[in-house]
Write a protein that binds this ligand. Structure first.
Ligand SMILES: [Zn+2]
Length: 276
């Protein structure tokens, strides 16, 4: 996920939102949609008002001139007939990609809103801070911003081979690149070297940046690299990693779907290795 073309982000809720504004309303981890099963539609504010639905609003910005707003619904919200709650993943390939990206952005802001209602330092109810996307404690002035957690992804290469691993939670037969969250005090590069060593036991040399991807489950920023193998035997950690192998670039196993940065990283690297 990334900022869609034509999207101008903003956090300043306009005094008047048109009824045509798109409403990305979440109850728990599910988003409210209209339309049919195969073609879900993001409702407008008018449509929500018609159904008597509203909640705390956070402005997101404009997508091609259309205002977009995130709405926090109660966790026990029951949608009226004609609209329903679906997981964000149910929107993939069923609504235009920019709407999925805004839906993911809305999810993270709603999640931040409902997990920062009280000050994490003194327990006082917080309030939205004017002028920025932040919650402020009126008692101790502690400020909480939406959380983004950096994580690294690394595809280790050795000649024309790539190191792919499978986690216990992957669908049967699927392999992917290694990934892990950055720890306090680390650079992304430190994290790549540590995670690769911890998860599969090998050392890596030169790292090359590939791309990054926002991932709303729940608030990661995945930063992807290729890493050159520098030594060591493969030893899966036995916890996160169920199996790890070297695969020739022209004989790859089942892999994650194309929407993921993992798949783009593997495909681009395989193409480069095959051309060598
Ligand atoms: Zn406080």
């Amino acid at each position: 996920m990334h900022t869609p073309d034509g999207f101008v982000p903003s956090h300043a809720l306009p005094a008047l939102l048109p009824g045509t504004a798109l409403a990305f309303a979440y109850s728990d981890v599910k988003m409210l949609v209209g339309g049919s099963e195969g073609a879900p539609a993001v409702p407008t504010l008018d449509e929500l008002a018609g159904a008597g639905i509203d909640g705390v609003r956070h402005y997101l910005g404009e997508l091609s001139g259309v205002p977009c707003v995130a709405i926090v619904l109660p966790n026990d919200f029951t949608p009226p007939p004609g609209i329903r709650l679906v997981g964000l993943r149910a929107l993939f390939f069923r609504v235009p990609e920019p709407l999925v990206a805004i839906g993911a952005r809305a999810f993270q802001i709603v999640e931040w809103d409902r997990t920062h209602r009280y000050c994490g330092r003194c327990g006082t109810p917080t309030r939205d801070k004017p002028g920025e996307r932040a919650k402020e404690c009126p008692a101790c002035k502690y400020i909480a911003y939406p959380r983004v957690s950096p994580a690294m992804m690394a595809l280790v290469t050795r000649g024309r081979e790539m190191l792919l691993a499978r986690s216990h939670r992957f669908p049967s037969g699927m392999y992917s690149a290694l990934a892990g969250f950055v720890e306090p005090g680390e650079t992304i590069e430190d994290c790549v070297r540590r995670e690769v060593k911890e998860e599969v036991g090998v050392d890596v040399g030169a790292l090359t940046y590939f791309a990054s991807q926002s991932w709303a489950f729940p608030h990661s920023l995945m930063i992807a690299y290729t890493a050159e193998y520098a030594g060591g035997e493969l030893v899966p950690d036995g916890e996160e990693i169920a199996d790890v192998r070297w695969f020739p670039a022209d004989a790859l196993p089942d892999m994650p779907p194309s929407l993921s940065i993992a798949r783009r990283l593997i495909d681009a690297t395989a193409a480069r290795l095959r051309a060598n």
